[in-house]
Design a protein around this ligand. Structure first.
Ligand code: UDP
Length: 507
């Protein structure tokens, strides 16, 4: 029996059965109101960080723990509807707002959230303003006395706030164990110095698999000693990680077992895998309304999907931040059309002029374009979806895994090139379009032939069945992980028990 299982077994439990959600919720008995644990969740203000934080708060609240989300007024809407819905199910999540500090020379209103990657100056201001939330955060801690702070990697200063009140700070990176291990190896070994050109591959040393990358797939700040906004931030993140009580992951043991182990060895801090978090959303509303308001009526979307054959459409969406040049978008349109597959394509440009002439007429009935925000989890979970063209943001990747959908990978920036390797070379549930250039500004350079070829390869080639059966196996493992007794379920139990015993010895 593993330590986690033992911890779990030592819990006396009570079942609560909710007929609304068909969710069986396990509430350890000793978390009765008197000594109820209280967790603060403070995510970075961007969709890819707030969405999993909300799921995490829901999950933890469903175990009888008090959950409070900290955010700014402009971002309250991301949480408020879900909080209402959960209230009706008897799951209480609180929200507390901290005014986003205004800086001089700044900032249009939308700078309270990173929907697009801003210029370096703006990013610096954003981080600076975020750090000014320290004092109001500490006032809230003083007032509420939570037992644990689960805060975002991009809020490294929260380690000090936690220390001031002798509360454990748990860091949430919102990425895979795999990506963390790849990043650490590159930082340690600097393998990019051993190649003579940007396109020559180098081996990422000391990993359980043979992973190769090129310089072009790394961010500039990973390769240079020059000080920049991001390099300073990453340094602060690393320092605060090592001072944190532990790390929580939106992942599950069976997805990347070698890397869970490797991470523990290399980083030497506790960690708990409690995902896939998106699987806590079981009804249509919860799956359809995540982050921004959906730009398409969910019933209309489902009707369109219902009209298609199983596994016959490709879903194309690149998350909330990644950008593409106009010519790259046109190339993508041509590639999609040339693949001959039916599709749903999500993009955030409202100006229609850039689409190739006649594209929409030619693909009428075959393609559904969503301008704005899609109900992604609802779509991915539909049986008509046969492949997901993704930028490999970690939430999207894991949502694809949870739905058992093979992936066509098209990384753009952040740690997306690492996640691509996990999908294509470790899990083998998809293939890449050949995106080679890490670009914070806008992706370009991927040709329509390659796009069409890779979509066909993943959807209809001889290899497709192999991708599908691996994807299906991971889907099963993901679902089992979150069920009672599954690895993520016991991971969460272990986390709650750890914080519970920390709190009882600290006071
Ligand atoms: N998302 C969505 N609809 C969209 C685009 C994105 O619901 O049209 C959600 C997606 O399901 C995921 C999150 O936004 O939960 C994006 O996170 P990810 O880590 O994939 O990428 P990021 O946006 O951080 O690059």
């Amino acid at each position: 029996m593993s330590t986690t299982e033992k911890n779990h077994a030592s819990f006396t439990s009570t079942f609560i059965f909710s007929h609304h959600t068909h969710l069986s919720l396990l509430l350890p008995k000793h978390f009765h109101k008197m000594d109820q644990l209280h967790f603060f969740f403070f995510p970075m203000m961007s969709q890819g960080h707030m969405i999993p934080a909300l799921d995490m708060a829901k999950l933890i609240a469903s175990r009888g723990v008090k959950a409070t989300i900290i955010t700014t007024p402009l971002n309250e809407f991301v949480f408020s509807k879900a909080i209402q819905r959960n209230k009706h199910l008897g799951i209480e999540i609180d929200i507390r707002l901290i005014k986003f500090p205004a800086l001089e020379n700044d900032l249009p209103e939308d700078c309270e959230r990173l929907d697009r990657l801003p210029s370096d100056d703006k990013l610096a201001n954003f981080f600076k303003a975020a750090a000014m939330m320290k004092e109001p955060l500490e006032q809230l801690i003083e007032e509420c006395r939570p037992n644990c702070l689960v805060t975002d990697m991009f809020l490294p200063w929260t380690t000090d706030s936690a220390a001031r009140f002798n509360i454990p700070r748990i860091v949430f990176h919102g990425t895979s164990y795999f990506a963390q291990c790849v990043g650490a190896s590159i930082k340690r070994n600097k393998p990019f110095n051993n190649v003579s050109s940007d396109s020559e591959t180098f081996l990422v040393a000391d990993l359980p698999h043979e992973i190769k990358l090129t310089r072009t797939q790394l961010s500039p700040f990973e390769q240079s000693d020059e000080e920049s906004i991001m390099s300073q931030m990453i340094k602060a993140v690393r320092e605060s990680d090592s001072k944190s009580y532990g790390a929580v992951f939106n992942s599950f043991d069976e997805l990347e077992p070698d890397y869970v182990e490797h991470y523990t060895k290399v980083f030497g801090i506790k960690s708990w895998a409690i995902g896939p978090l998106s699987l806590c959303n079981r009804d249509i509303e919860d799956k359809a309304e995540r982050g921004n308001k959906s730009s398409i009526d969910k019933h209309e979307c489902l009707k369109w999907l219902d009209s298609k054959k199983p596994r016959s459409i490709v879903y194309v969406c690149f998350g909330s931040v990644a950008k593409f040049t106009t010519s790259q978008m046109q190339e993508l349109a041509m590639g999609l059309e040339a693949s001959g597959q039916d599709f749903i394509w999500v993009f955030r440009r409202d100006n229609e002029d850039w689409l190739p002439e006649g594209f929409e007429e030619r693909t009428k009935g075959k393609g559904l374009i969503i301008r704005g925000w899609a109900p992604q989890v609802l779509i991915l979970d539909h049986e008509s979806v046969g492949a997901f063209v993704t930028h490999c943001g970690w939430n999207s990747t894991l949502e694809g895994v949870s739905a058992g959908v093979p992936m066509v990978t098209w990384p753009v920036f952040a740690e997306q090139f690492f996640n691509e390797k996990l999908v294509t070379e470790v899990m083998r549930t998809g293939a890449g379009v050949g995106s080679m250039q890490w670009k914070r500004s806008a992706s370009e350079g991927v040709k329509r032939e390659e796009i069409a070829k890779t979509i066909k390869r993943v959807m209809v080639s001889e290899e497709a069945e192999g991708f599908r059966s691996s994807a299906k196996a991971y889907k099963e493992m993901a679902r089992q992980a979150i069920e009672r007794g599954g690895s993520s379920y016991t991971g969460l139990t272990a986390l709650l028990q750890d914080i519970s015993s920390y709190s009882s010895t600290a006071h």
